[in-house]
Design a binder for this molecule. Structure first.
Ligand SMILES: Cc1cc2nc3c(=O)[nH]c(=O)nc-3n(C[C@H](O)[C@H](O)[C@H](O)COP(=O)(O)OP(=O)(O)OC[C@H]3O[C@@H](n4cnc5c(N)ncnc54)[C@H](O)[C@@H]3O)c2cc1C
Length: 497
């Protein structure tokens, strides 16, 4: 088996950015993707492609999307998303637990990461349908999820594979790394099973970018807690914690929020793992315009606590804790036009009725009488004196309810009504390996493991309890670049010595 300067384990966004960045420094690079070619790309390929980054003016957006039409420029308020706001959001959402050194690297390099991708040939588009409500004929972006990769996750991953192929990265499919080759001097390669045959592949540097452990039901129950084996997996079936395990086996330090994960409301009848044709379509994230009830017919969370981008990733866990692990999102006709396109897909678990009583009868598994009581209590509590405005946190909440709705409260009163059944869909786990700002994997003494770098989902310490939407891909690109460059420089040093 050929020897490489750098081996990158994984085939998603973080791995591809690492491989490309290493190649930019002129070293030889192998990328090992456990999946077959037609399932390549990991969770990254299932994403909506949204990438959060800091920008201080709309000019930056115009530079990154040079093909914006005059009409689009005139009808869109791109606002700004400063580094300070990114810091505020990340710290608030993680209850100030995020590792300050890693957070700083992530945020301060976020715009440069997008610019680099753009230079390498990835195209971006504004996320009109998802994050910019149309207010009086003008689209307004206001919470940092402004651009996404053209063609969403699959578009992103296909573009990166094309670029990597042209750049001379050797890609191996059906190549599952098993263990790290390691001695007192550090890491020297991997033992890998390629097309069913186990072999040793040597290198000077190794980058681990092979995802979290969300697709490993036993680890979910072990680390996230009882019941988590019942969650559906939103993305790839290949992220079973291999990279984390391999590194821990040679003394790497576990880090971050091991008992928590990114998990959302996901169609009740979605398949057990992601479906690449549906992608992110099973996600139902417009709940902030309606109410959510459980099998007892009761509300159990504040649907309008914040923009959906700052609540969706923690509400999957709350749904998993409900009786039967399901809930129904309920909307009346006033807000139906605001529901995201994922509510219109063919594979949807939906009930529709002209009257509330009829709807109640169609909410399978729900206590009908209690549901109708919940709706009338909710309706009586809505502050109708405050105008409804989806582009800001409008303060149109409820008064006097045990579980308030803080913003965007609308009565559930005007038919036709629609309801959507959801369960918990896990996206990725928050616990992982400890790295320093140079993406070097640290051991239990906090010394770098020579030759070992990591990036993406399998790095712990950045996300705790919750997650600001669109940060996973940016995180993979920022640290993937650093890891790829670090591994290439390490290999060059080894070659000289
Ligand atoms: C439905 C969905 C929608 C999402 N939407 C967004 C979004 O819009 N914006 C955003 O920022 N984030 C989003 N995310 C989160 C995002 O996908 C992740 O944060 C990000 O893609 C992680 O990138 P990664 O490269 O670390 O992991 P992945 O992209 O999952 O790549 C891991 C790779 O490792 C491979 N692998 C696993 N084990 C091995 C092994 N032993 N040997 C070799 N290879 C192995 C896998 O096959 C895979 O290719 C979404 C996730 C899902 C599931």
């Amino acid at each position: 088996m050929r020897r490489y300067d750098v081996i990158v384990v994984g085939g998603g966004n973080a791995a591809l950015c690492a491989a490309l960045s290493a190649r930019e420094l002129g070293v030889s690079v192998a990328l090992l993707e456990r999946a077959p070619e037609d399932e390549r790309g990991g969770n990254s390929s299932f994403t909506g492609g949204s990438m959060r980054f800091a920008y201080a003016s709309a000019e930056v957006i115009h530079e990154l999307v040079p093909d914006l039409s005059r009409d689009e420029m005139a009808n869109t308020d791109f606002g700004t998303y400063t580094e300070e706001r990114f810091f505020d959001d990340l710290y608030r959402i993680t209850q100030c637990r995020t590792d300050p050194d890693l957070a700083e690297v992530l945020i301060k390099n976020s715009q440069d990461a997008i610019r680099w991708m753009r230079r390498r040939g990835v195209r971006f588009v504004p996320l009109y349908g998802r994050h910019a409500p149309n207010v009086n004929g003008r689209f307004k972006f206001s919470n940092g999820s402004t651009l996404g990769a053209a063609g969403a996750g699959l578009g992103l991953v296909n573009a990166l594979y094309d670029i990597a192929g042209r750049a001379g990265v050797d890609v191996y499919y059906k190549a599952a790394a098993r263990t790290l080759l390691y001695d007192d001097e550090g890491v020297h390669g991997v033992r890998v099973r390629i097309n069913g045959k186990t072999t040793e592949m040597e290198s000077s540097g190794v980058v681990l970018a092979c995802g979290g452990f969300q697709a490993n039901a036993e680890w979910r129950a072990r680390y996230l807690g009882a019941g988590w084996e019942l969650a559906k997996v939103r993305g790839t079936r290949f992220n079973t914690g291999d990279g984390i395990r391999m590194a821990l086996e040679i003394g790497a330090q576990p880090y971050g929020n091991w008992s928590s994960a990114h998990a959302v409301g996901w169609d009740l009848n979605a398949p057990p793992y992601g479906d690449r044709h549906v992608g992110d379509g099973f996600g139902k994230h417009s709940y902030n315009y309606g109410i959510i009830v459980n099998a007892d017919g009761r509300r159990f969370l504040d649907e309008g606590a914040d923009f959906r981008n700052f609540t969706y990733a923690k509400y999957g866990k709350v749904i998993l804790a409900q009786p039967g692990q399901f809930a129904w999102q309920v909307f009346d006709s006033k807000v139906l036009s605001l529901l995201r396109d994922t509510y219109r897909i063919r594979q949807v678990t939906k009930a529709r009725a002209d009257t509330l009583e009829e709807l109640a009868g169609r909410l399978e598994g729900v206590d009908t009488r209690r549901f109708l009581e919940t709706v009338s209590e909710f309706n009586a509590a809505v502050r109708t004196d405050v105008p409804f405005n989806p582009s800001i946190k409008d303060g149109r909440g409820t008064v006097g309810l045990e579980i308030p709705k803080s913003n965007w409260a609308q009565t559930i009163a005007d038919g036709p009504f629609e309801a959507y059944a959801v369960t918990c869909g896990i996206t990725f786990t928050f616990g992982g390996l400890r790295v320093n700002p140079g993406a070097e994997v640290l051991d239990m003494d906090e010394s770098p493991v020579p030759g070992l770098f990591a990036a993406g989902e399998l790095v712990g310490g950045i996300f705790y309890f919750n997650y600001p939407g669109g940060t996973g891909l940016t995180n993979g690109t920022v640290f993937g670049r650093i890891a790829g460059q670090g591994a290439a420089r390490f290999a060059a040093r080894c070659a000289r010595s």
